[in-house]
Design a protein around this ligand. Sequence first.
Ligand code: B1M
Length: 210
Amino acid sequence: MNLTEISEYLQQGRAKEVRALVQQALEEQVSPQDILNEGMLAGMQIIGIKFKKNEVFVPEVLIAARAMNAGLEVLRPVLINSGVKPIGKAIICTVAGDLHDIGKNLVKMMFEGQGIECLDLGVDVKTSTIIEKVEEYQPDLVCLSALLATTMMEQKEVIEALIKAGLREQVKVLVGGAPVTQAFAEEIGADGYAMDAASAAELAKEILLK
Ligand code: B1M
């Protein structure tokens, strides 16, 4: 299977074809990591570059993202190794004002693959909702994704709100997303930063098993 085909269909936003090709690649024993990295993420990266150069616009990016999520759903069962012993609970979301969910969905899948139960609050989640859910669900981890330079500051807001609500000591806060860095994570008082979904899951596991 030529994985650039997946990348090309993804760029065209052809969800049905992406889904079918991902399925075919799995049947041909291509590794899920290669399908993800060389097929889907490679396609999404090209879309990102074209978007920046104004060669494609929001509607095209949106349908490419739908195709990406369709492909991810096929990969889901193989990325989530069912039968893994639960090691902890996490709340995961994309922060207020931010609609990007592909990275968050990937992080969630990798977490579930490590036996971390996830309550996914979705995208554009208000700080007050996160606080309510921490009180209700009592997670070990709060995982915040932000893809925009303008929304990464929401991660700081959440940490401040956790302190104000007296909940900060109960949870570890992990942050990530393209504009977020280790330095930023430290500056806002997060407990951890990871640059990709697999490292986020490793870090979460390390924290939970400590
Ligand atoms: Co948007 N967008 N977008 N977009 N978009 C970016 C992020 C941008 C970099 C594009 C660009 O200019 N090159 C740019 C942000 C610039 C900035 O602020 N620095 C941008 C912009 C400007 C915008 C709009 C403002 C455009 C507009 O309307 N004019 C708008 C904002 C809407 C909003 O959120 N309020 C917008 C809208 C959209 C769409 C809705 C069309 C669509 C999102 C659809 C969806 O997610 N369902 C979209 C997309 C798809 C992108 C790009 C092209 C791809 C993002 C993506 O999914 N990447 C993106 C360009 C790019 O990133 N190259 C872009 C694949 C994904 C797997 O990677 O999400 O980075 P990522 O996740 C990674 C890591 O970051 C990490 O793990 C993942 C990989 O393993 N990670 C974590 C993520 N979360 C983590 C949490 C963790 C740990 C790791 O711990 C908790």
